[in-house]
Write a protein that binds this ligand. Sequence first.
Ligand SMILES: Nc1ncnc2c1ncn2[C@@H]1O[C@H](COP(=O)(O)OP(=O)(O)OP(=O)(O)O)[C@@H](O)[C@H]1O
Ligand SMILES: [Mg+2]
Length: 355
Amino acid sequence: MPWHSSKGAEHLFHQGGDKLDDDLIIKTTDLTKSYGPHVALNKLNISIPKGATGLLGPNGAGKSTFLKTILGLIQATEGEGRVLGLDIRTQGDQIRSRIGYMPEYDSLNPDMEAIHQVRYSGELLGMNPIVAQARAHETLQYVGLGEQRYRNIGSYSTGMKQATKLACALVHDPELIIADEPSNGLDIMARDYMIETLTNTVRSGNRSVLMASHLMDDVERVCDNFILLHKGKLAAQGRIEDLKGFDREIEIHVWGGATRLYEAMTKKGMSVRREGRVMRILHEQEDTTSLILGCAAEVGAQIRRMHEYEASLEDLFLSIMENLGYEVKSSEDLLTSPVEARKVDAPEHMGGGAS
Ligand SMILES: Nc1ncnc2c1ncn2[C@@H]1O[C@H](COP(=O)(O)OP(=O)(O)OP(=O)(O)O)[C@@H](O)[C@H]1O
Ligand SMILES: [Mg+2]
């Protein structure tokens, strides 16, 4: 890591009680955006609470368009939206002065020193030049560029440029940070650093973050909530924790008597996916583990390994999109229809659905 390590977020963010009155920071009603005949956002009804939310979706899903529309940078074709209580159609300037936006594209001037670039961002947002300068030092320190702040941005690595973009977004101490693919193009170290900095911003800084990403890992590390867009529509939204909890399985490796064990468990109504000696059993009840061990003892099968297996969000989202499509609106919907969801999650090569 070529950078200076970041300080805690406490130094950077003014703690002064909650700045947001309402728990909803973003709300849209039938928000639609068309580029000519192409509908990029299709009647989106989205409510985003305070905290950290991941905006997920494959390429072209409409993530960047959504962010630009709610920032008032591009005009919605139809529908309404409010950010921090402000109207996205008429109050874009005010929204942008209260939000830190880290765009997807390269928004930096390669001929400027980072310190000047960040100060300039603050001045554009109406900050007093002296205050902007002081904040530029602080924010660059915070994103790990304290030592390199007098270098021309043109000489920076991609990771350093992304960090500079984040410093620009934080310069005016916004209550909400909107980051479009913040870890795009970064190597593992730089990506970890970016994700950690965003996490600090939420946890210690008590700020809200809305981050677009197609990397489930990043979203999982920073965010509590997710929104999944697919072809401009809302495919699913809810709490990441719920999705993960719902899909928990116990994985066992069986030597001797695998088939007998498989049969015994399915006969008891357990949901088992099998691939040879490896089986995954849905962790439905408190005593699933002892039920498995009981079955093994009964049929004389030997369990060599046993551990909790968590499906990745990626698997889960692919399943949602392929099989449940737009029917799923929240993680609650998923939880109330676990049988369908379970069927979805069992690939045929692993023995099909629930038994
Ligand atoms: N300025 C534009 N003019 C015409 N079409 C556009 C424009 N910007 C985006 N689109 C189209 O709108 C759709 C949504 O694009 P958008 O950039 O919002 O997706 P995204 O989810 O951010 O994708 P990515 O993961 O690649 O960044 C795509 O089909 C894209 O081609
Ligand atoms: Mg995008």
